[in-house]
Design a protein around this ligand. Structure first.
Ligand code: ADP
Ligand code: MG
Length: 208
């Protein structure tokens, strides 16, 4: 059963993967943004590390709500309000402790839709949504199919990596990168890169 007891391990692992990729992601954000994406995320992750034991004692809706509120007040930048929206929307779906694939994929899709609304953005605009939308769609597509969890999780990682890579050849039409117009072509979006790193990190923990 996947419970919030995993949160300290997940938060610690995500903080480490962002730290290990900080230089690469900062270069991506400097190329077509303002270079602060890693610092923004790290402020949020530091706040979550301090709360991780408390979070692990909550049920999923309460944990997601607390994560959303913490990210809202600590991250800043466009990504801060989008991640806060994602977790607040997840909490409102009332997925309980023993989250099933079906209930999670419905909740995740609803949360990604809330991010789309908040960002006034959609797939193909060179943002973190080019990772989250394909992952949400993949999870929905397998809901009723017999598939073992490890295969499903590995495919989630593959979908996230493809989504991240797809942003390289997209024209940015949202966020700071959109100011560059054609000059945004040829660069991976920083927010898509960190989204992919976080998803792959969670998958690595869940497949074990
Ligand atoms: P800021 O752009 O305010 O400096 P960050 O650097 O923390 O904030 O985050 C930038 C990332 O946020 C981008 O790389 C992109 O993935 C994502 N982003 C920005 N604006 C939007 C939007 N309207 N919709 C979805 N994602 C967005
Ligand atoms: Mg930035």
């Amino acid at each position: 059963m996947i419970t919030p007891h995993l949160l300290p391990q997940i938060i610690t692992a995500i903080a480490a993967v962002i730290e290990n990729n900080a230089e690469e992601v900062t270069l991506l954000d400097q190329a077509i943004g303002d270079g602060d994406h890693v610092i923004n995320l790290q402020r949020g992750l530091q706040a979550l590390v301090l709360q991780q034991e408390e979070l692990s004692q909550l049920d999923w809706p309460k944990a997601w709500q607390k994560i959303g509120m913490t990210l809202m007040s600590s991250v800043g930048g466009a990504s801060g309000s989008l991640y806060a929206t994602l977790f607040m929307a997840l909490s409102k779906t009332h997925v309980e402790l023993d989250v099933s694939l079906q209930s999670f994929s419905n909740a995740f899709s609803a949360a990604v839709d809330a991010v789309k609304k908040r960002g006034k953005s959609d797939a193909g605009e060179k943002t973190l949504l080019d990772v989250y939308i394909p992952v949400a769609n993949y999870l929905k597509s397998v809901t009723n199919v017999e598939i073992d969890l490890a295969t499903l999780l590995n495919e989630v990682s593959a979908v996230a990596i493809r989504g991240m890579e797809s942003t390289r050849d997209m024209l940015a039409t949202k966020g700071r990168a959109s100011f560059l117009e054609e000059r945004s072509l040829g660069h991976i979006d920083a927010g898509a890169k960190t989204a992919q790193l976080m998803i792959c990190t969670i998958v690595d923990i869940l497949v074990k």
